[in-house]
Design a binder for this molecule. Sequence first.
Ligand code: GLC
Length: 721
Amino acid sequence: MTQQPIENYLKQMTLEEKIDQLLQLAVPFFEGARTEGEITGPMQELGVSEETVRNTGSVLGLSGAQEAINVQQAHLKKNRLGIPLLMMADIIHGFKTIFPVPLAIGCSWDLSLAERSAEIAAREAAVSGVHVTFAPMVDLVRDPRWGRVMESTGEDPYLNSEFARAFVRGFQGRDLRNDTSRVAACVKHFAAYGAAEGGRDYNTVDMSEWRLRETYLPAYKAALEEGCEMVMASFNTVDGIPATGNRRLLRQLLREEWGFNGVIISDWGAVKELIPHGAAADEKEAARRSIEAGIDIEMMTTCYMKHLAELVKTGVVEEKRIDEAVLRILQLKEKLGLFDNPYRGADPEREAEIVFCEEHRAASRELATKSCVLLKNEGVLPLRRDQSIALIGPFAQSGDILGPWSWQGSTEAAVRLYDGLVAKAGASRIVVAEGCGIEEADDRRLEEAVAAAAGADVIVLALGESSEMSGEAGSRGDIRLPQAQLALIERLAELGKPMAAVLFNGRPLDLHGVADRVGAVLEAWFPGSEGGHAIADLLYGDVQPSGRLSMSFPYAAGQIPVYYNHFNTGRPKGAPDAQIRYVSQYLDMPNEPLFPFGFGLSYTTFMYSEPELSATVMTPEQPLTIKVNVTNTGSAAAEETVQLYIRDIAGDVVRPVKELKGFRKILLQPGETQEVTFEITEAQLRYHHSDLTYSSDAGEFVAFVGPNSRDAAGVRFILQK
Ligand code: GLC
């Protein structure tokens, strides 16, 4: 039972109490906490008094049902009006049952499993006392040097939008108040954080408003259309102004134009970062700009706490701004049912039962098998159970396969690749050696590995990046595998044995020295708690590889950004009248990525018929259908992801050479043919014009259907209006 309408709380609060409600602090500030919780940014001296902590609105990074109950209890005893704390944390790809990293989930193209992964993450987090997760992260990414690409589902606005919706549905369910096994979602990082210059984290973002709206904003908008409760502003600048203090971005676009009425939170320390950005002279100006822009909660700095009262008293900031922000926070607490039940889902007994339970781990294993992408296979895979295997590399027995943002996950409990292979084929068939560290070469270990490999039928390499090498503040300028691992491959290649590489990493890599030296490459990303089992399922062919890249693998870092939905240029390479020199190209490498968006192999082969249109002319009232027959021409039942792309031949502004507009996953038995049909509607042909209006133009288009963005066959049609 709600004691009183939340507006009454607002009426009773002093200005100071209101301002403290806007503050979010990490766990170490709170009484009752036994751990440090999750620390994801710089801990500064904040000068927070006991009184402020008593009035604080939310906690960051707390978990564990008992600890959540203790902290809430202690807080309610001290808070004058008995306003409960909101508990927020980063539950990005699982809580204790860790799922593959989001970029890997993107490669599954499986929206229902993605939704289920978020639902399970929510269930485990909610029972451990979390109310809000700082997810989904839906930043569109085109630069694999940026360590945070692993948090996104990839480079495509449509695919990212579909995943954004699926994650929000999974986290929030339909009724946050009554379904206490769900958590509120917070879409981030608004906006365009994925476009940091040079792929260097926190760096400048600068793009036209047209590109922002056309390419970068759709996924955030999709999350909000699905009912996402919160938004986190990004660290970067947008049009020269840090997002946190960007009135046009937050107040005009997000609030007024899109009608978003939920809570907007800053990122960690980002309000104060307006100062080093050069957008505020001091904390007071940072506070003014942020509240005016629309930031309701200041995370982990205290510009609001120190300066808002004075800004209100001197008439610089209207008190109305503070009231609106407080009301939104109280409304979210009310929506989560916290005024009636401040402990909400937190339940130590149930926590012990369901967290990391068999059912959740099975779901993680299933999603991991769908997320790995077979990039190359020249007859090395699948392995046979009668083959002797040398498993070599720094990831052979490593538990560092959960990836960044798995602070509650246990690397100890993660299923290692060695254990996964042994479970399939027995320990007697598998020898194992490290060969080198992730970055350290070591002659002794190298020779041990060579000796181990010499007697085996097949070498399986377990290579990659440590989880520290991607994620936040994990940018790299050189995205090849570390030299020590390249040297290991080179040395083992001398044995002339069949080699398959399994890669654990958080970004598309430059695979020079890998893809050209081994017969098979399975991109496993950071596969999560059940990684070893999932990969073994795939290596032995018990499950067919079905992942398809949601982000291009560059040929080399010099091409970056390289993405499939680029423009054609006025001098495209390969045009019938192209000259040899004066075309848009590199002299020393191809324009194309090594592995394009949508690409992935199976152990079977698929054949596509030429796509057929239901008519060659369509109108807004009369959509078209396009149909292909897909045949499994190999000998194993497998899933194929049939992809629909469209190109608009001429527009008011130039249009990408291809844009994903639909996809369908189908399961085909050997020899089976299925007809796959997509509808093409006028709505799918709309885009942002130069005046930023959104509509379609009459004219010519090409529809492509195929297995990936490179190999899809096209047919022309006309839109008549
Ligand atoms: C960070 C991140 C953000 C995260 C927040 C809270 O520094 O950029 O994604 O949600 O801190 O942990």
